[in-house]
Design a protein around this ligand. Structure first.
Ligand code: DOR
Ligand code: ZN
Length: 344
């Protein structure tokens, strides 16, 4: 298949950042996705409805003329979040989930949760109101190997949480392991997962290809080849529990190419093209539309997007760097080729 037309897709996990950076991030995403679930890990984090609505306005103000784009906002779960805020968020009509970061697990996660019991009252309210919990699923225990943090999180945190709140709607974000895919598949219908393009295109060797590769450093870390294959199988299986969420996470070149580089891979400039490449490699292009444009909307109770996008199997070059506010950004595949393009 050299050409594929699908309903316009949704990015159900996206970092846009704030301020001048929005010019780049919003334009790239809006060119491909008319809607995205927007992560709240700004500094300071987006912890209440008023802040989320203000942030939404800043995103819309950065939107270039042309594409329509609906930012689907989220709140950052802190130990001081008032359970009553869940109803306020829901009534706003713009807030679609509450994001759980184990404290210290990733970029700007220091405001997150240190002990799950501290947020039980909030989770109880979310379960009652059917507000989804979006989970960064990694333990932060320094005794746990960095590549095992997701698998151990399932045993220590996620399974007990689900036993306590059996009706809680949960998105296990950016899964990276066979253990996570199996756990989601075996769970109830209201447990789902997002899968990034980079985790189905790369294994952990990409971190060390000829030298240390900071632009392939993300969290959760890339994993072994067997896990990549399992994730690709899950994404292309036609199982509605798995859907598209890029986790595109821009950092400046300076912040990445550093003695202590930031976690995050920027894929927004080529996201749907990259998924098309992965699905084509698995001979599963006919399954891309449901993964990208239906299953996520179904979970979040949103109508499908109108309109379509046509992808063509044609080479395209990724620039070596992109402007990012006053700085520069090194995108995924910088200076290299893509094998799919969006028809203009
Ligand atoms: O690689 C990542 N980058 N993983 C995350 O969980 C956060 C994200 C970011 O915000 O930079
Ligand atoms: Zn993320």
């Amino acid at each position: 298949m050299q050409k594929l037309t699908i309903r316009r897709p949704d990015d159900m996990h996206l970092h846009l950042r704030d301020g001048p950076a929005l010019v780049r991030s919003v334009a790239d995403s809006a060119h491909r996705f008319p809607r995205a679930i927007v992560m709240p890990n700004l500094v300071p984090p987006v912890t209440n409805t008023a802040q989320a609505l203000d942030y939404r306005e800043r995103i819309l103000a950065a939107l270039p003329a042309g594409p329509d784009f609906e930012p689907l906002m989220t709140l950052y779960l802190t130990e001081t979040l008032n359970p009553d805020e869940i109803a306020v968020a829901q009534q706003s009509g713009h807030i679609h989930g509450i994001k759980l970061y184990p404290a210290g697990a990733t970029t700007n996660a220091e405001f997150g949760v240190t002990r799950m019991e501290r947020v039980y009252p909030v989770l109880e309210r979310m379960e009652k109101l059917a507000m989804p919990l979006l989970v960064h699923g990694e333990v932060v225990d320094p005794a746990v190997d960095a590549f095992d943090r997701e698998a151990i999180f399932i045993e220590r945190e996620l399974a007990p949480l689900m036993a306590r709140f059996p009706g809680l709607r949960i998105v296990f974000e950016h899964i990276t392991t066979r253990e996570a895919a199996d756990f989601v598949r075996a769970g109830p219908a209201h447990l789902v997962a997002t899968i990034t393009a980079h985790h189905i295109l790369l294994n952990r060797n990409a971190l060390f290809a000829g030298g240390i590769r900071p632009h392939h450093y993300c969290l959760p870390l890339l994993k072994r080849e067997g896990h990549r294959q399992t994730l690709l199988e899950a994404a292309t299986s036609g199982d509605p529990k798995f859907f598209l969420g890029t986790d595109s996470a821009p950092h400046t070149r300076y912040a990445k190419e550093s003695a202590c580089g930031c976690a995050g891979i920027y894929t927004a400039h080529a996201a749907i093209e990259l998924y098309a490449e992965a699905f084509a490699a698995a001979d599963a292009l006919p399954r891309l539309e449901a993964f990208a444009s239906q299953y996520g909307a179904d979970f979040y109770g949103l109508p499908y997007n109108s309109g379509s996008v046509t992808l063509e199997a044609l080479p395209g070059e990724v620039p070596a760097s992109l402007s990012f506010g006053k700085d520069e950004l090194i995108p995924f595949r910088a200076g290299e080729q893509l094998s799919w393009r969006i028809r203009p």
